[in-house]
Ligand binder design. Structure first.
Ligand code: ZN
Length: 418
């Protein structure tokens, strides 16, 4: 039986859309058909044409259709988006050479949607270093910030989302920009585990990180851009040029930069900067403009706040300190106990991949050595200043351990797939 999805007209009610579709074939396993896929915007979307409103759904099922060689039938599709599909698909094909990408899309009507205006740009905003780098670099354009509830903060984490809302609200006020929030089920209607099992062996990545999250998020902007005449959408880069070939990620310039819909182009923003460059840009901007910002980098803690206990929090804290700033000025206040504990995170737990020790941590240390004497650092952080990062990063025992772990993982995956 061939893998097919037939998409019929969605139900749109003021600010909410519920998608309708019928799935047949073996690839049914990739969907959780009992869960609806709905999106709620905090703007009216009742006048958005079908060819545009369908884009968030298409963006989240296209990669699945390629993997399962499935056919997508849709009544109407935006022309610019329809024509861009092969171009951004190529980004995936090049990133995962071991995987065969099939699939096709059949649209009864391909519709040209035209809008123009001087309403400028929009930018996806999560509140972390990447997002703030994009915001400070494009602050002159007053980009409208877009934040999705259902990406990293789950729908049942109400207090977490309230904190996120508070954070977007205060950031928007500080930067004098508008913001739009989007509540989406895009992580609920798919069977992420099944999809990860399907692609992990040949890609080495999971579904969300390696296949869904870039384009899956970007698609949500289409109705907003049509409604508000936004011609550019910035999607902040997570990685940089130097990471090319070392990591795979669904958000990549070879994918994001080729997505188009209506008159809107997507820009994978900040790829030329590494994480420390981005922190530098943010710190410089705040000094120059006398602005105070709160970074929201932590995904470990529920509640949408920085825990100051995880590796990501500490990576950020160190980066700020290296620029000669107090981390507390960026809403990353840590206790003495948490500071002492970073040693454990870095050394004993060995939970940092080599490419990150080699890249981000080496750059932090170089920046610290350039900007500060080690006596200027808190006493419990001076070890990091003197540390030989390479020695730890390429410890032969760690390499051996990683190889064994990988083999075990592959064997378990094989057993699970049987
Ligand atoms: Zn944290």
């Amino acid at each position: 039986m061939k893998n097919i999805i037939k998409i019929t007209a969605p139900v749109v009610n003021k600010n909410r859309v519920k998608y309708n579709y019928e799935v047949s074939g073996e690839w049914k396993e990739a969907f959780i058909l009992d869960n609806d896929f709905c999106i709620e915007y905090d703007i009216d979307i009742s006048n958005i044409p079908l060819s545009i409103i369908i884009i968030p759904l298409l963006c989240n099922i296209l990669p699945i259709s390629w993997i399962y060689d499935a056919v997508i039938y849709v009544e109407s599709c935006d022309k610019a988006f329809y024509e861009s599909i092969e171009e951004f698909k190529k980004g995936y094909v090049d990133m995962y050479p071991k995987i065969k990408f099939g699939g096709s899309i059949v649209a009864e009507a391909v519709v040209e949607n035209s809008y123009s205006g001087e309403n400028g740009s929009a930018a996806f905003f999560s509140g972390g270093v990447d997002a703030f780098n994009t915001l400070v670099n494009h602050a002159g354009e007053n980009p409208t910030l877009l934040t999705i509830w259902g990406a990293d903060v789950k729908h049942d984490d109400i207090s977490g989302w309230q904190n996120v809302m508070k954070h977007i609200n205060s950031t928007a006020q500080e930067f004098n920009v508008e913001y739009i929030t989007i509540k989406s089920d895009f992580r609920k209607f798919l069977n992420e585990n099944t999809l990860t099992l399907k692609v992990n062996e040949l890609s080495g990545d999971n579904w969300w990180h390696g296949f869904q999250h870039g384009i899956g998020i970007i698609g949500h902007a289409a109705p907003v851009c049509f409604a508000l005449n936004k011609l550019i959408v910035y999607f902040a880069s997570s990685f940089t040029e130097a990471d090319k070939g070392k990591i795979t990620c669904a958000s990549d310039p070879t994918i994001d930069n080729f997505v188009r819909f209506g008159n809107t182009s997507i820009i994978h923003d900040g790829y030329e900067y590494d994480r420390q460059d981005k922190i530098h840009n943010i710190v410089e901007y705040c000094r120059k403009e006398e602005r105070k910002i709160s970074l929201r980098v932590c995904w470990k803690s529920t509640g949408g706040k920085n825990c100051c206990e995880c590796e990501k929090c500490w990576r950020t804290i160190l980066g700020i300190i290296a620029e000669g700033e107090e981390a507390s000025n960026y809403d990353m206040s840590y206790t003495d106990k948490q500071l002492k504990n970073f040693h454990k995170i870095y050394y004993i737990k060995k939970n940092i991949p080599d490419y990150r020790r080699d890249g981000v941590y080496t750059k932090i240390q170089d920046t610290m050595r350039k900007n500060l004497n080690y006596e200027q650092l808190p006493k419990d952080l001076q070890w990091f200043y003197k540390l030989n990062i390479k020695k730890l990063g390429y410890h032969p025992y760690r390499c051996f351990y990683a190889k064994v772990k990988n083999i075990i993982k592959r064997v378990i995956l094989k057993i699970l797939r049987k």
